[in-house]
Design a protein around this ligand. Structure first.
Ligand code: FES
Length: 178
């Protein structure tokens, strides 16, 4: 049984209706977005379901998930902080900034804070090379860019997001103990 089709039958058909039958593979992006919407990630089952619906291989679906930072295979926090460490950004201190962000949150790359709020990820070029250090923030259905970053500006943003979420600030020591 195709679980995605079963769960979101109406929406899947609405998406497919936007494409000619012989071009239904083009629906892969909206279907991935649909699959990810409720859980924040695309599971192996989701990829198999999408491959079946649009009649392409699971490998093709997986390659798209792997390519776009918009899609996530692993569970994460409410907010994903995606720091670019590609070469031009690395030359402008991105690696150091990434370490500072991790230290600030008390986690490593690809880890999530114990309160479930933040996940730090390393990504390739975000097309803002001359404004590094830069990260994109995904969460609450939005993507925002944060350029010319320092650990101080990032810290202020994290505090704002914690406040918005009603989560109390956590010291680095507490994060390390968790
Ligand atoms: S290399 Fe980082 S934004 Fe382009």
């Amino acid at each position: 049984m195709n679980q995605l089709l079963n769960r979101y039958s109406e929406e899947v058909h609405q998406i497919l209706a936007k494409y000619p039958p012989d071009r239904k593979r083009s629906a892969v992006m909206p279907l991935l977005y649909l699959a990810q919407r409720s859980t924040g990630r695309v599971s192996d089952q989701d990829m198999a379901d999408i491959a079946e619906i649009i009649e392409i291989s699971v490998t093709d679906v997986a390659s798209i998930v792997g390519f776009y930072t918009l899609f996530h295979e692993e569970p994460g926090g409410r907010y994903r902080i995606q720091v670019c460490t590609d070469l031009p950004c690395a030359l402008r201190g991105a690696d150091q900034f990434l370490q500072e962000v991790c230290s600030e949150l008390g986690i490593g790359v690809n880890q999530t804070t114990p309160d479930g709020l933040f996940t730090v990820e390393e990504v390739k070029c975000l097309a803002a090379c001359h404004r590094a250090p830069v990260f994109q923030l995904q969460g609450d259905g939005e993507i925002t860019y944060h350029e010319h970053q320092t650990v101080e500006t990032a810290r202020a943003l994290f505090a704002e997001l914690r406040s918005k979420s009603g989560v109390q600030p956590q010291t680095n020591q507490e994060a390390g103990d968790a």
